[in-house]
Design a protein around this ligand. Structure first.
Ligand code: SF4
Length: 705
C-alpha cells in the first residue's frame, strides 16, 4: 500500500490475545508509526482494542535486548552471536552426552508463530532427541483441549465468533471478555443490544453482566456444581433435545443418574447461587433454539477445570446446541497463539494435530521426513520439568518467549528449579524475572518483526507479516532456532517460515490444504482439506470420535484444592485487565502504563471494613505458600469473602501465593482458588480482628465425590 505518510503498510495479525484481530501496521523509517484495524479481518471486522491498535511502543523501548548476553562471574556481558550460540551448543552437547537427551527440556511460546513453535518442537525432538517440550497453554487452556477431545474429538472451538451474532442466548462462564478479549467483548455487547440473551456466571460481577438477563455469582471453585445444576433443571423440565441425544451421543444414562443429586437447592448450598436464579438461567438457555457457550481461565485454572469443560459439553449435547449456526462452544484463548502452539505439537505427548508420540504411523512419518529416530515416550510437562530439575534429573532448559518465574505458580519452586539447572537459555525480547537465572540470553523478535502464522481462538490460521526489522543485533526466533538446530547437527532445511508451513501441511492431514497463498487475507479454519476448503463449524453431522457420537461425562462436583479456613479466610481469584497483557512485558512499555500502573487487590466493602482497610491502602496478602503486598481497591464488583487481583506487574509477584494444586488431568495450575489472609500494612489498628472462614466455604468443603 502506498501512503505518503508511511514508507509501507503490511496486513498482519495482532500478537496480544487469542481473538486474532487483523491489523494494518504502518511503518516509517524502520519504526511502527501507527496501527489501524483491517476492515476485512474476519475476527474483528474493522475493530481493535487499545492493545492491538496503540500498544506498539515496546518495539523501540530502550531496554529491548539487542545483543546476546552471557553470564560470566555472576554478571552478564555482551557477547557475539557466534560466541553465544557456541556456548549453548557445546553445553547442550555436553549435557546430552553425559546425561542423555532427556536431561534437556524446551519451552515453546504461545506468543510465537506456528512456524516458530514447530521449529522449537523439532529442535527438541530431532536435534536433541527428547519429547521434553511443552508450552504455556499448559498453564491456561490445556484443560479445554483435553475436555473437547474427550467429549467431541477435536481440540478447538466448535464454531466461530460470528456464531455470537446468530445466538439466541450466550452463556459465559469464568470469562471476562471486555477485559481479556475486548473485541469479542464488544461483539457480545452488540449481540445483547440486538436481543441476544446473555447469562454471565462469575464470582465477580463482570461488565457484561450489566447487559445480560441473568448473572450468577458462584463461590470460586464451584463451577462444576453450577453446570450440573443447569443440566438438572434442563432435564427435569423437559428442555432436552431427545432426538439429538438418541441419534448423536452416548453415555447419557449415567449422566441422568448423577444429575439427580444436583437439584437447585443442593446447588445453592454448594455455590451460594439462589435456586430461583439457577432455574431462571437454565430455562433461558434450555428454551432457546440456538445458544453459544463461552469460557475462559475462570473455568480451566482449577483442580477440576478439565471436568468442568466436559460438563459444559454435556449441557450443549443434551440441548443439541452444537454443530449448527449460533450454537458454538467458544473457549476464549488468552495469548494470541495458545491454540496454534499446541496444534503444532509443542507438547510432550503429541505431534502436530494432537497425534500421540507413541502412534507408530505418525512417528514414522516424522522420522522419514526428518531423517532421525524419534522417542515414543512422553516427555515432561512444564511442572514436571521443574520437579525434575530440583530432583537433579533435568540439567538444561531452553526457554523461548516465556517468563516462567513470573507467570507460573509457586514462584519459589520455579526459581529453585531454575537455580538447580546447569544451563538455562532464554530467548526473549526483554530481560525479565526468568532471565535473571539464565546462562545465555538471546535477543529475539516481536510479532511486528516476524512472519509466519498464528491460529486464533476460532481455529483460524492467519498470516503474520513483518512490518519492521528486529532492533540492533536481535534476530527472528525462526532464524535462531533453525541455526541452533543446524549447529547441533540437525539441518531443518527451511529457508523461510513459509517452508515450515509447507512441511506442516505435508506431514499433517488435518492441515493438508494450508499454504500462504490460500490463507490470503482472511485465513482458514482447521481442518483445512487438501483442496484448501476449511471448517468454520465442526460436528454438523458427526463428532470426531470413534463411532462419531458425542460423549457425555458423568462427573460429580468435587471441592477445590484450596478453601478458606480460620487462618486464611478469604479466597483470592486472579484475572486480567483491559490495558495490560499477561506478564505485562510489552504493555508496561507502552502508554498503557499511564492508564493502569499497578495490580490492585479488589475487596468488598464489608470485608474491607472488618479488616480496617480503606481504598488505596497497602495490604499484606498471605497464602499457605507465599506472601506479597498490594494496594486495595474497595468495590462491590467482588463478592464478600472473595478478593481479586490482576497479575501484570512483576513487583506484585502474585504467583508467589499460588501453590502446587493443579487440574487432575492436565496439570494446569489452580490459579483461581487460593485461600489468603489479608491485613492492612499502613495505619492499621493495634488489633486486627480475625475475619473467620466464610460460612459457605465450610459447607462447600464438605461436598466431595
Ligand atoms: Fe489484539 Fe485481542 Fe485487542 Fe484484538 S482484542 S486488538 S487480538 S488484543
Amino acid at each position: 500500500m502506498i501512503n505518503k505518510n508511511f514508507d509501507f503498510t503490511v496486513t498482519t495479525t495482532c500478537g496480544y490475545c487469542g481473538v486474532g484481530c487483523r491489523l494494518e501496521a504502518h511503518a516509517k523509517q524502520g519504526r511502527i508509526a501507527s496501527i489501524s484495524p483491517a476492515l476485512d479481518g474476519p475476527a474483528n471486522e474493522g475493530h481493535t482494542c487499545l492493545k492491538g491498535r496503540f500498544a506498539h511502543q515496546f518495539t523501540r523501548a530502550r531496554d529491548r535486548l539487542t545483543s546476546p548476553l552471557i553470564r560470566e562471574g555472576g554478571q552478564f556481558r555482551v557477547a557475539s552471536w557466534d560466541e553465544a550460540l557456541q556456548r549453548i551448543v557445546s553445553e547442550l552437547s555436553r549435557i546430552k552426552s553425559e546425561h542423555g537427551p532427556d536431561a534437556i527440556a524446551g519451552l515453546a511460546s504461545s506468543r510465537a508463530t506456528n512456524e516458530d513453535c514447530y521449529a522449537m518442537a523439532r529442535l527438541m525432538r530431532a536435534a536433541i532427541g527428547t519429547n521434553n517440550i511443552d508450552n504455556c497453554s499448559r498453564v491456561c487452556h490445556s484443560p479445554t483441549s483435553f475436555a473437547l477431545r474427550r467429549s467431541f474429538g477435536l481440540s478447538g472451538a466448535t464454531g466461530s465468533f460470528i456464531d455470537i451474532d446468530h445466538a439466541e442466548v450466550a452463556l459465559l462462564l469464568g470469562v471476562n471478555p471486555t477485559q481479556g478479549h475486548p473485541v469479542v467483548g464488544a461483539r457480545i455487547k452488540q449481540a445483547a443490544l440486538r436481543g441476544c440473551k446473555l447469562i454471565t456466571i462469575d464470582p465477580r460481577r463482570i461488565e457484561l453482566a450489566d447487559y445480560g438477563v441473568a448473572h450468577l455469582s458462584p463461590r470460586p471453585g464451584t463451577n462444576a456444581a453450577v453446570v450440573l445444576g443447569l443440566c438438572h433443571v434442563v432435564r427435569r423440565d423437559g428442555l432436552t433435545d431427545e432426538q439429538f441425544i438418541a441419534g448423536r451421543t452416548e453415555g447419557y444414562d449415567a449422566l441422568v443418574q448423577l444429575l439427580e443429586r444436583y437439584d437447585p437447592s443442593a446447588v445453592e448450598e454448594i455455590t451460594g447461587i439462589p435456586a430461583a436464579d439457577l432455574e431462571h438461567a437454565a430455562h433461558i438457555y434450555g428454551e432457546a433454539q440456538s445458544g453459544s457457550l463461552l469460557w475462559g481461565l475462570g473455568v480451566t485454572e482449577h483442580k477440576y477445570g478439565s471436568e468442568v469443560v466436559q460438563l459444559l459439553c454435556n449441557l450443549a449435547l443434551m440441548t443439541g446446541k452444537v454443530g449448527k449456526p449460533g450454537s458454538a462452544l467458544l473457549p476464549l484463548r488468552g495469548q494470541n497463539n495458545v491454540q496454534g502452539s499446541s496444534d503444532m505439537g509443542a507438547l510432550p505427548d503429541t505431534y502436530t494435530a494432537y497425534r500421540h508420540v507413541s502412534d507408530e504411523e505418525t512417528a514414522r512419518s516424522f522420522e522419514q521426513a526428518w531423517g532421525v529416530s524419534l522417542s515414543r515416550e512422553k516427555g515432561y510437562t512444564i511442572a514436571q520439568m521443574f520437579d525434575a530439575a530440583i530432583a537433579g534429573d533435568l540439567k538444561a532448559m531452553y526457554i523461548f518467549g516465556e517468563d516462567v518465574a513470573q507467570t507460573d505458580p509457586d514462584t519459589a519452586h520455579v526459581t529453585a528449579a531454575l537455580e538447580s539447572l546447569e544451563l538455562v537459555v532464554c530467548q526473549d525480547i526483554f530481560e525479565n524475572e526468568t532471565t535473571k537465572y539464565a546462562d545465555v540470553i538471546l535477543p529475539a523478535s516481536s510479532f511486528l518483526e516476524k512472519s509466519g502464522t498464528f491460529t486464533n481462538a476460532e481455529r483460524r490460521f492467519q498470516v503474520v507479516e513483518a512490518a519492521i526489522d528486529p532492533p540492533g543485533g536481535a534476530k527472528t526466533d525462526f532464524e535462531i532456532l533453525t541455526t541452533v538446530s543446524r549447529m547441533l547437527g540437525h539441518e531443518m532445511g527451511f529457508q523461510t517460515p513459509w517452508d515450515t508451513l509447507e512441511e506442516i501441511a505435508r506431514l499433517t492431514p488435518a492441515y493438508a490444504g494450508l499454504s500462504r497463498e490460500r490463507l490470503g487475507r482472511r485465513g482458514l479454519q482447521w481442518p483445512v482439506r487438501a483442496d484448501g476448503s476449511d471448517s468454520p463449524t465442526l460436528y454438523d453431522t458427526t463428532f470426531d470420535r470413534p463411532g462419531g457420537r458425542g460423549q457425555f461425562a458423568a462427573l460429580p462436583y468435587k471441592a477445590p484444592g484450596d478453601a478458606a479456613d480460620e487462618e486464611f479466610p478469604l479466597v483470592l481469584v486472579t484475572g486480567r485487565v483491559l490495558q495490560h497483557y499477561n506478564a505485562g512485558t510489552m504493555t508496561r512499555r507502552t502508554h498503557n502504563i499511564e492508564l493502569v500502573d499497578r495490580d490492585w487487590l479488589e475487596i468488598h466493602p464489608v470485608d474491607a471494613a472488618r479488616l480496617w482497610i480503606s481504598e488505596g491502602d497497602k495490604v499484606s496478602v498471605r497464602s499457605r505458600v507465599g506472601h506479597t503486598e498490594l494496594h486495595a481497591r474497595v468495590t462491590e464488583r467482588i463478592e464478600p469473602g472473595h478478593v481479586f487481583t490482576s497479575f501484570h506487574f512483576p513487583e506484585a509477584r502474585t504467583n508467589l501465593l499460588v501453590g502446587q494444586s493443579a487440574d487432575v488431568n492436565t496439570s494446569c495450575p489452580e490459579y483461581k482458588v487460593v485461600a489468603v489472609d489479608v491485613r492492612p500494612l499502613s495505619e492499621q489498628p493495634a488489633f486486627t480482628p480475625a475475619l473467620g472462614p466464610h460460612k459457605a466455604s465450610a459447607r462447600q468443603a464438605q461436598w466431595s465425590a
